[in-house]
Write a protein that binds this ligand. Sequence first.
Ligand code: A2P
Length: 277
Amino acid sequence: IIPDVRANDGTTLPHVGLGTYKLNGSAGVAAMVDAMHRGYRLIDSAFNYENEGAVGEAVRRAGVPRSELRITSKLPGRHHRYDSALRTIEESLYRANLEYFDLYLIHWPNPNQGVYIEAWQAMVEARKRGLVRSIGVSNFLPEHLDRIIADSGVTPSVNQVELHPYFPQMAQRVYHDTHRIITESWSPIGRGQDLLAEPVLTGIATRVGRSVAQVVLRWHVQLGAVPLPKAANGERQSQNLAVFDFELSADDMANIATLERTNGRILGLDPLTHEEF
Ligand code: A2P
């Protein structure tokens, strides 16, 4: 029921995944097990979320075949140096107590630090060693992508970026499509706040008989992006997966496009200046 998208390296990902930022500890494990039982197969985590252990525990408890899952984690900015990056990927695996990650991303480019190219070389090596099956990045601008592709000859499979109707990232998505990079969306429903009260969206939701969150997630799907909504609550988790049995019209898509804002970033985190720890 959940279609797949295919990356430039042959990896397949389900068209919706679970965001896990703030899903920690035993409550986090329970929420993730619940999500897998409700049909989630793509789980997005990060070293810096401090929940790789919880993700691994949830994988073991859920009883879903490992081969069906797409478990993701991310390299922190303080470990971009080649040796440090490789050790950190190993540490991620020890924390999760998993044998491999399906997808591993460089969390932020930290361009002022200027070593994301080295980090990418380590990612390529980690894939060669079998620590991770597929490698990508997060919050990389086209200029950062250009540099790592030119240096290594390896194009990331995924770039996970902030994406929602206030910040639709048209130019970034066109770049991804040109290079067959999957766009993953973080904060896909804008953290569930103002966005969900927008009259354009509530109007469409009423007409199609869906929740506003479902309308927004369907918008991501129709753009070709893979949204990663975070939901702790089971009913919302199920709702956020149920976006493959209705469609938005071209008019709906055009109306949603009017919600773009000049300073649309929800958290104001600019990849050029944000120094992720
Ligand atoms: P909760 O904290 O109870 O899990 P985003 O993924 O854009 O960062 O947004 C996550 C926020 O949106 C969380 O606060 C989450 O609630 C809330 N949320 C998730 N799914 C829904 C939904 N279907 N309807 C309303 N709010 C939702």
